[in-house]
Ligand binder design. Structure first.
Ligand SMILES: CSC[C@H]1O[C@H](OP(=O)(O)O)[C@H](O)[C@@H]1O
Length: 364
C-alpha cells in the first residue's frame, strides 16, 4: 500500500496510477511532457496540486538531458511545453499558476547576463523540484489552520473554551489527500491534523461518483492511516447531516475565484446547500496556488466535461442503458455565500475577506 502519488529524482518521474487503485498499486513512468499531459488528462494522476507538480516535473525530466544552444532557445521550449501542459485539464488553476511563475523565471534568467544557459537550466530544474517540498509544507499549514478553525467553531457553539472542543465528526468529499498532492493533503490534511491532535471522532467520506475518488482513494488513505472512518453514498449527505452530529464539512478546491466562489468536484455545491440547511459549517481547504484572483466570480470558471463512459461503466462493466444521454461535468461551483471559511496555508479567510487578504499577502 503506498500513499506516495509522485516519485521523483532528477531525470526520473513515476506516478502512482490512480485509475488502478485500490485493487492495484502500480507506478507509471513519465518520461516527458507528452507522457505528463496524458497521465493528467486520463486522470492517472489527479488533484489540483498534483496536476501542477506532475506537469512541471514532466517538463523537468524532459529538459534535464537536453543541451540547449542558447537561453532564448531554452525559454522558447519551456514556454511552449508549459502552455501545452495547461491544456490537459481546464478547471484546476494550479498548473496555470505554476506555468506563469516558471515562465516568469525563464524570462528573468534569459535577461540575466550573469547566468549562462547551463546555469539557467539548473535554476529552472531547482524551481520545479522545490514544488514538492513546498506543497507538503503548505498542506501541513492548511491542516493546522483548518483543525483550529473547526475546533474553535465547535467550542464557540458550545459556549466552551477552544481548547476543550472535540473530538469532532467531519465530512469530506472527493479526494484531497496524499493522492491529490505531494503529500499530507489539503482538506484531508485538516482531517489528519484533527487526528494528530486527538480530536477526530469520526470522518465520513463520500464515494464521489463517477470516478469514485472517495470510495477508491480517500477510503484507501483513511484505512491506511487507521482513522475512524465511514464511506457514504453521495446521496446520503442530507440524511448523514441530519442524523450524525457532524461538526463540519471540509472539501478541497480546484479554483477559487476572487469573491470566494469555488469550483470543486461535482457534488460539492449540493453538499454546501445541505450543510447550510442543517447549520453545519462548510469549509474549503486550498493552497494559495488554487486561488485565481484574476477572475471575479465562479461564473468565469471553465467546468471540464468528461466522457460519458465514466458514468455508463464501472471498469469494463456497463451500468447504464445503452443510448441514454449523459451530462458529466467533473466540477461544480459553490457560491461564496455557502462557504464558512477558506482555509489556506496563510490562515482562514471569510470569502468576502479573501481578495484583500490574499492581495496583501502576495504583495508582502
Ligand atoms: C487537493 S485536490 C483538489 C480537487 O481536485 C479533485 O478533482 P479531480 O479528482 O478531478 O482532479 C477534487 O475536485 C479535489 O477537491
Amino acid at each position: 500500500m503506498s500513499l506516495q502519488s509522485i516519485k521523483y529524482s532528477r531525470g526520473s518521474l513515476d506516478i502512482l496510477d490512480q485509475l488502478l487503485l485500490p485493487v492495484q498499486s502500480k507506478y507509471v513512468a513519465v518520461r516527458g511532457v507528452e507522457d505528463g499531459w496524458k497521465v493528467i488528462n486520463k486522470m492517472q494522476v489527479r488533484g489540483a496540486p498534483a496536476i501542477a507538480i506532475v506537469g512541471c516535473l514532466s517538463l523537468a525530466v524532459e529538459i534535464y538531458p537536453e543541451e540547449f544552444e542558447s537561453k532564448k532557445r531554452l525559454r522558447q521550449e519551456v514556454e511552449g511545453k508549459l502552455n501545452y501542459l495547461v491544456s490537459a485539464r481546464p478547471t484546476a488553476v494550479n498548473m496555470k499558476i505554476a506555468a506563469d511563475e516558471l515562465l516568469a523565471l525563464a524570462n528573468d534568467l534569459t535577461k540575466d547576463e550573469t547566468i549562462d544557459v547551463a546555469g539557467m537550466k539548473e535554476r529552472f530544474l531547482n524551481a520545479t523540484e522545490a514544488m514538492l517540498e513546498k506543497d507538503i509544507a503548505d498542506n501541513q499549514a492548511i491542516g493546522s489552520h483548518g483543525a483550529q478553525a473547526i475546533l474553535k467553531r465547535v467550542a464557540e457553539a458550545a459556549g466552551a473554551q477552544t481548547g476543550t472542543a472535540g473530538p469532532v465528526r467531519v465530512l469530506t468529499h472527493c479526494n484531497t489527500g496524499s493522492l491529490a498532492t505531494a503529500g499530507y493533503g489539503t482538506a484531508l490534511g485538516v482531517v489528519r491534523q484533527l487526528a494528530e491532535l486527538g480530536k477526530l471522532e469520526h470522518v465520513y467520506c463520500t464515494e464521489t461518483r463517477p470516478y469514485n475518488q472517495g470510495a477508491r482513494l480517500t477510503a484507501y488513505e483513511l484505512v491506511h492511516e487507521k482513522f475512524p472512518a465511514t464511506l457514504v453514498l453521495d446521496s446520503m449527505v442530507a440524511a448523514l447531516l441530519r442524523a450524525k452530529n457532524v461538526a463540519g464539512v471540509v472539501v478541497g478546491a480546484d479554483r477559487v475565484a476572487a469573491n470566494g466562489d469555488t469550483a470543486n468536484k461535482i457534488g460539492t455545491y449540493q453538499i454546501a446547500v445541505v450543510a447550510k440547511h442543517h447549520g453545519v459549517p462548510f469549509y474549503v481547504a486550498a493552497p494559495l496556488t488554487s486561488i485565481d484572483l484574476a477572475i471575479p466570480g465562479g461564473d468565469h470558471i471553465i467546468i471540464e466535461e468528461r466522457p460519458d463512459r465514466e458514468m455508463t461503466h464501472v471498469g469494463e462493466h456497463r451500468i447504464a442503458a445503452p443510448g441514454i444521454n449523459c451530462w458529466n461535468p467533473a466540477f461544480d461551483v459553490t457560491p461564496a455565500s455557502l462557504i464558512t471559511g477558506i482555509i489556506t496555508e496563510r490562515g482562514v479567510f471569510k470569502p468576502e475577506e479573501l481578495k484583500e487578504a490574499i492581495t496583501k499577502l502576495l504583495e508582502s
